[in-house]
Design a protein. Structure first.
Length: 180
């Protein structure tokens, strides 16, 4: 399902398991937040086609965290710079794979003053949330209805997650765009 969140923000919801992918279209920059799981690659490309974009048109990918269901399609965007707060992808079996194409989120130059990035670890060590205007892209930190991301994975830290949730309470937003 293609969801129009605002004039320049779209959400792509998939039939198979994987994260929701969000598109922010700025004047000279097409930004994806997460890329979902491999099972959704063709559907993702079809969604982009519906908004008159191709894989080559994506300039930037921001990954909210390292779980496979958020990162498996980074390779289908040949011109995108990929940013995250981690260097190892966490696979389905919770093993880790080194990913050299991911640039440190600290190196990401924000394209607009309307965007902020917050470090909110707990679900994984490298969780981030992105605030664009009044829209919060929360990855798996928090979901609709106040549900929080799982913290029973080997890479999770419930104590750190609680600190991040307190920090999240101080972020003002009107629209929540979670990872699932």
């Amino acid at each position: 399902m293609l969801q129009e969140i605002s004039e320049n923000v779209k959400g792509f919801h998939f039939q198979e398991f994987g994260s929701i992918v969000y598109l922010i279209q700025l004047q000279n920059n097409n930004i994806l937040i997460d890329t979902s799981s491999r099972e959704n690659s063709l559907e993702l490309l079809n969604f982009l086609n519906k908004v008159d974009l191709k894989a080559e048109d994506i300039d930037t990918i921001i990954l909210t965290h390292a779980h496979y269901d958020h990162v498996e399609n980074i390779d289908i965007f040949p011109n995108a710079k990929v940013y995250g707060n981690f260097t190892k992808i966490i696979n389905k079996d919770h093993s880790q794979t080194e990913e050299s194409s991911i640039l440190p989120i600290a190196d990401y130059r924000l394209p607009t003053t309307d965007m902020q990035i917050f470090d909110l670890p707990g679900h994984t060590p490298g969780d981030i949330a992105i605030l664009y205007k009044d829209i919060l892209f929360s990855g798996d930190i928090i979901f609709h209805g106040g549900y929080i991301g799982r913290n029973d994975f080997p890479e999770s830290n419930p104590n750190t997650q609680q600190k991040s949730l307190k920090k999240l309470n101080n972020i003002k937003f009107d629209i929540l765009c979670p990872g699932h």
